[in-house]
Design a protein around this ligand. Sequence first.
Ligand SMILES: [Fe+2]
Length: 521
Amino acid sequence: MLIHTVMDRRSVFKLAIATAAAGWLGQAAWSQVRFASYPFSLGVASGSPSHDGVVLWTRLMGDLPPRALAVQWEVASDEHFTRVVQRGVQQAVPELAHSVHAEVRGLDADRWYFYRFIAGDAISPTGRTRTFPTPESAVDRLRLAYASCQRWEHGYFSAWRHMAEENLDVVLFLGDYIYEYPTSAKAVRVPTGGWVLTLEDYRARYALHRSEPELQAMHAACPWLVSWDDHEVQNDYAGLTPGSGGPPVADFAARRAAAYQAFYEHMPVRASALTRAVAGLGAGAEMRIYSQQRFGRLANLMLLDDRQYRDRQVCNPAGKTGSSNVDPANCPEWNDPARTLLGFAQEKWIDETLASGGATWTVFGQQTLFGQRDGRIGPGQLFWNDGWDGYSAARRRLTESLQAHRAANPVMLGGDVHENWVGHVKADYADPDSNAIGVEFCGTSITSRSSGNEKMAQRLAENPHFVFADAERRGYGVVEFTPRRLVTTLRVVDDVTKRDTRVETLSAFAVQAGRARIERI
Ligand SMILES: [Fe+2]
């Protein structure tokens, strides 16, 4: 019985709001079931932390009845749950894949907590989470990791196992949590299900990832702030324009709506993300995932969405969809100020957020390489039209906004390119003598492949605002912010084709507060 296929999207939104409200019982409260198998096999997660609350997530799995099931949650100050500070009941409804989103409020600021779920006679694994310090408070330290791109068939998730030992306050996930592909050349392992096209397909692909114990461990270790890139829907899609790859789909807006719903069902994000637009995702309405959160006076964290609202890529060869490498000399639209990567509403929101003042560090978690990267060695230029280079006027508007509001110590964190790139954010990338106005750390992938370092020395020489790059190693970055400086450590694993692999430091960098200059340490 597939109730969700006959429900209209508006009803799904209403359900999401209702089920996420703490204590909502609905009609089927306390309808208990005996589970034939352990229902918490996908683990637990927490996310979207504020100074007084956090979203707790789980999803019931197994041969479940097609009706709402009551799930209790508990938050405690100790891991044995002897001091429970809050508890409540949510409904896990089949229309939302029996997922649970409990939006807990009223917690103390700047505190670690433990949480778990109870359904019938089953108890979930215990997760650990934290609230952020209040925006006004002085804070000594913030440790976060940034990560992206975990193509399942390209390798094992050992990076997450190592990250779980990094003593982090929060994880920024910057996109490509799943990929929609059936498999790849030289696959390390082959996912079931073929091309990911329908709601059921997307749900199954998320469940496949969440079955990985290393990923579960990292979700249970601290809260996450989660954004997405293209592969949560389709390679290189742009707004409501399809990207490339796979069988043609008649209604792309419907495919995107299914993908967005499955994302919601599997991520510790607020129901308001799904429900902001009541007209319905299927008609192309917004799923608002960009957000801002202060970590005391130390950091202003802004999580961006560069995929949902963007204009399509320009100057692809005739008949080609998705992305291409483009010589801007042959592309009249290249610098068209009418084009946007973030959408004008999100641009305005950034501008207003920066205008309202900030913290010591202005940190952007966004999807891709921010700095200009010319791919043609020697005279002439060649840019990838899917990244910020393909939306240069939009990039200029963002750097101008940073300067106009004197944003303190801007730090761009990114992903998408499956390579580590470390560099300076320039006031004008076309002018090598222009000021550095911030720094950038674009991360490698958890597993997804890249091209290798063969021409790296020339690539770096061509783009001197970057001080370091590596296109061979997989892993993640850790940034430790203090009032005085930040230190970024690039952590890389030995070999993603093996489940059991070591981690090491590839390189580390420091930036002093007040000086947009990267020092290698
Ligand atoms: Fe990717």
